[in-house]
Design a protein around this ligand. Structure first.
Ligand code: AMP
Length: 382
């Protein structure tokens, strides 16, 4: 049993991106201090944290000094090396624990865990050679998607295979331990964000609908409208996954909804998720505050949405014609602007997002897209 970590204490965050930034804002609002650790400096998280350590994840002396100075450690992205987490765990509690990271930072381990525990996943095969890929593609059929087992996100490290003739090219593109998945001709993509407290308490945000562009999340809308009992079923599965993994913190379960009306888990993220950014403005308790409460051993907050909401990502591509005119977004009184403090706008890089609140989800989605178009249209040359 670990004591409750109360306001005034220091939370360590491994990673320093926008998720850590929004977590730090939630933590500081409640009177906690925040120390972030990553190889970079002047980071989205560091800009709002109390302290920022710039060191390599494999600098175990720096990890020790960081861990000794904080009361609990959490993370904002899962690709933290296992030895970093093991070192940190010697000096401070890490929540969720290293075993959760170990399972979820590798697609093969994650899918093996999920299917072994009876959860519905996209049919997959492990492949580590061209011959294995050939056999797996013949077995699963095409189209299929080849994904690196480790270190992939936002569609990075993925190759679509449309016919068996494409196998040699696909293999030479990745040439690493990988997972071959059946291609899912899905109806839509949804996610459920669920929190689990230190005492096992659960709270979820219901179903969020997600549209992707070029494998990157584009727009999320909540609540999502799913037929029949599918929404309840998605929540039930997400709650069962968070328990099976023994997570203390927040977990996002991404699903494909198939045309046959079934749910298949695409992937897990053991942390706040891009599709939950709208909870920052729209929910009684945001996913970031929920993570804070969970890792500090506090009771969870009410996840209920105060209003239907939609979120649109602002990618670096928006800067193509110059800096967007932020005042254009502020002319929409129901729209909230979030920027992550990143200097360099690159194509596909998540620079910020907009959240719109409205009387119904469709209006919120229309509004957030309109506000984003207004930004792009008014972009000025720099
Ligand atoms: P991932 O990084 O695996 O979440 O993939 C990013 C996006 O690519 C997903 O949100 C889907 O839009 C698409 N995608 C990934 N895997 C599949 C699949 N097996 N079938 C169809 N679309 C996929």
């Amino acid at each position: 049993m670990t004591r409750t970590i109360l306001p005034g204490s220091t939370i360590g965050v491994l990673g320093s991106g926008q998720l850590g930034r929004m977590f730090a804002i939630a933590a500081r609002r409640m009177g906690y201090r925040v120390h972030t650790f990553s190889p970079d400096d002047d980071t989205p998280t560091g800009q709002v944290a109390d302290w920022e350590t710039q060191a390599a994840y494999d600098d175990l002396d720096a990890v020790r000094a960081f861990a000794e100075g904080v009361d609990v450690i959490t993370f904002e992205f899962e690709n933290i090396p296992a030895e970093t987490v093991e070192q940190a765990e010697r000096f401070a509690p890490v929540r969720p624990g290293g075993s959760v990271l170990y399972t979820t930072q590798n697609r093969l381990r994650e899918k093996t865990f999920l299917s072994g525990s009876g959860f519905p996943v996209v049919p997959f095969r492990a492949v580590s050679s061209r011959e294995e890929l050939q056999a797996a593609a013949a077995e699963l059929g095409t189209p299929a998607v080849l994904k690196t087992a480790g270190w992939g996100y936002d569609g990075k490290g993925q190759v679509r295979i449309d016919s068996l003739e494409q196998v040699p090219d696909a293999w030479s593109t990745l040439k690493t331990d990988a997972v071959l998945e059946a291609f899912v001709d899905f109806e839509c993509e949804v996610s459920v964000i669920v929190a689990r407290g230190f005492d096992g308490e659960l709270a979820d945000y219901g179903v969020i609908g997600n549209d992707h562009q070029n494998h990157i999340l584009d727009v999320s809308v909540a609540p999502a409208d799913l037929p029949g009992d599918l929404g309840r079923e998605a929540s039930r599965i997400a709650r069962a996954v968070v328990e099976a993994l023994d997570v203390v913190g927040v977990l996002c379960v991404e699903f494909f909804v198939t045309r046959a009306g079934t749910l298949l888990i695409n992937e897990l993220a053991p942390r706040p998720h891009n599709s939950g950014h709208l909870t920052f403005d729209a929910a009684v308790t945001s996913q970031f505050e929920q993570q804070l409460r969970a890792v500090c051993g506090l009771s969870l907050g009410e996840p209920e949405l105060l209003r239907p909401a939609a979120m649109a990502n602002l990618l670096g591509d928006l800067w193509f014609q110059g800096t967007p005119d932020w005042s254009a977004a502020c002319r929409f009184p129901q729209v909230k602007l979030h920027l992550y403090g990143k200097e360099q706008a690159r194509p596909g890089r998540k620079m910020g997002h907009l959240t719109a609140l409205a009387g119904d989800p469709r209006t919120a989605a229309d509004l957030v897209r309109e506000a984003r178009r207004a930004l792009a249209a008014r972009a000025t040359k720099t």
